[in-house]
Design a protein around this ligand. Structure first.
Ligand code: SIN
Ligand code: CO
Length: 373
C-alpha cells in the first residue's frame, strides 16, 4: 500500500499497526494548504436545521453550558469562549463527504461521521475523553491541543457535558490549518481555540457489545419460530399451588433451548444494524422522479452513484443498504460489490447490469438512496 501524506508519510498498514487504537500521532500538514470546506455562515445555517445534530457549548469560568440544536440564535461572533459542534456534515455536503472518503482505508463499518466545530477565541469543549478513535483536522485558525495518557478518567459532577475532573496535560501542540492529530479511544484531551477556529473531527463507531447483543435478540425475535403450546397431560395435584414446578421449567427450558442461531444470522443482523442510517437522517427524494425507462436510459449513459447518506455494506452473499438486506445473485455480485466499494458505477457497468439490479436501482433512486452521476 502507498505511503499517504494524510498519515504523515506512513502507509495505512504502518499507521494501523503502530498507532491505531494505541497511541496519538501528530501529523503536520496532513493536507497541505487545506482550506475550510464550509464557511462559518454555512455551519451556522446547518445548526438551524432540525435534520442536523448540533450543540452549542460555552463556558464562563468553571461553569459550562450546553444547548442542543436546532439553534436559532447564536452568541455574537465577537464574544469569546463559545463553540458550535455540527455532527454528520458529510451527510449534507459533497466536499465533506469526499474528505471522509479519504479515510476509507478504515472500513465503512467503522467510519462514523465528520463533525465540524466552530469556536471563537478561547472556545472548546473542555478536557474530556472520547470512547472512539478520532482524527482532528485543523481547518481554520489555530487550536492548542493538550493531551494526556492519564488513567484517571473521573468526570466532574453536575456538568452538562463530560469534563475530566483532574486533567493533567502531558503534551501540547498548536495545530494550524492542514495539521491533524489522531487520538485513540480514552485518551484525555483538551482543545482550546487560540483564535477563531474550525476543527474537523473524523469519528469512528465501535458499538458496545451490550448494544449489539440487545439488537441481535430483537432481530431474532422478529424471525424466531417456536411451534406448539405448553401441555401437561401428566399433571399431578399441586401441594404448593404457588410454586412453578420443576417439570414446567424443564419443558419450557427444553423448548427455548431449541432456538439456534448461526454465523449467517449474525452476519445479517450486523449488516442491517451497521447500515441503518441514524434516526435524524431523511433521504432527499428526487423532486420530479423520472419514469423508469427514462431513468434507465440516463443511468446507462451517465452511470450512477450512491447518495451521500446511503450506507452500503456486504458480507458473503448478503448486501446491506440502509438497514435492509438483499441476497446477492451470482450474476449481480460484481456490479453490486463494485457499487458498494467505489460508491459509483460507470455507464458501462450499468449497461451490463441484470434486470434485477436495474429494478433495484430504480427503486433506490425513487427512495433517494441512489442518484445519477
Ligand atoms: C472540538 O472540535 O472542539 C472538539 C473535538 C473533540 O475534542 O473531540
Ligand atoms: Co474529543
Amino acid at each position: 500500500m502507498k505511503k499517504l501524506a494524510l498519515l504523515g508519510g506512513l502507509t495505512p498498514q504502518q499507521f494501523l499497526r503502530e498507532y491505531w487504537h494505541k497511541k496519538p500521532l501528530l501529523i503536520r500538514q496532513a493536507i497541505p494548504g487545506f482550506q475550510p470546506l464550509l464557511s462559518r455562515e454555512d455551519l451556522l445555517a446547518m445548526a438551524r436545521r432540525d435534520d442536523v445534530e448540533s450543540r452549542l457549548i460555552s463556558r464562563s469560568g468553571k461553569r459550562w453550558q450546553m444547548a442542543k440544536g436546532p439553534l436559532e440564535v447564536m452568541p455574537a461572533i465577537g464574544k469569546k469562549g463559545w463553540t458550535l459542534l455540527v455532527q454528520g456534515v458529510n451527510l449534507h455536503d459533497d466536499a465533506a463527504d469526499t474528505l471522509m472518503q479519504s479515510f476509507r482505508f478504515i472500513p465503512d463499518a467503522r467510519l462514523d461521521d465528520l463533525m465540524i466545530s466552530y469556536a471563537t477565541e478561547g472556545g472548546g469543549v473542555g478536557p474530556h475523553f472520547d470512547s472512539y478513535d478520532v482524527f482532528l483536522l485543523q481547518a481554520h485558525g489555530r487550536r492548542r491541543w493538550q493531551i494526556s495518557a492519564q488513567k484517571d478518567l473521573s468526570l466532574a459532577e453536575g456538568m452538562p457535558l463530560k469534563i475530566l475532573e483532574n486533567f493533567q496535560a502531558e503534551q501540547e501542540y498548536v495545530l494550524e490549518p492542514g495539521d491533524m492529530l489522531y487520538l485513540p479511544p480514552h485518551y484525555a484531551h483538551d482543545g482550546v481555540a487560540l483564535d477563531e477556529c474550525m476543527t474537523y473531527s473524523i469519528g469512528f463507531r465501535a458499538p458496545a457489545y451490550q448494544e449489539l447483543a440487545e439488537g441481535f435478540l430483537q432481530f431474532m425475535a422478529d424471525s424466531v419460530e417456536v411451534p406448539g403450546r405448553y401441555a401437561d397431560p401428566d399433571l399431578a395435584p399441586a401441594s404448593r399451588p404457588a410454586e412453578i414446578s420443576a417439570a414446567m421449567l424443564d419443558r419450557v427450558s427444553s423448548e427455548i433451548n431449541r432456538i439456534r442461531f448461526t454465523r449467517d444470522d449474525i452476519a445479517i443482523f450486523l449488516g442491517e444494524y451497521l447500515s441503518e442510517p441514524k434516526p435524524t437522517v431523511f433521504f432527499d427524494l428526487p423532486a420530479r422522479p423520472m419514469r423508469k425507462e427514462k431513468f434507465l436510459q440516463s443511468a446507462a449513459s451517465r452511470g450512477v452513484r450512491l447518495a451521500r447518506k446511503t450506507r452500503m455494506l456486504y458480507r458473503g452473499k448478503h448486501l446491506f443498504v440502509n438497514g435492509d438486506s438483499f441476497t446477492l445473485q451470482r450474476q449481480d455480485r460484481d456490479a453490486l460489490l463494485a457499487l458498494a466499494d467505489h460508491r459509483v458505477l460507470s455507464a458501462e457497468e450499468v449497461e451490463t447490469a441484470s434486470a434485477d439490479v436495474l429494478d433495484a436501482f430504480y427503486a433506490w433512486y425513487q427512495d433517494g438512496w441512489l442518484v445519477l452521476r
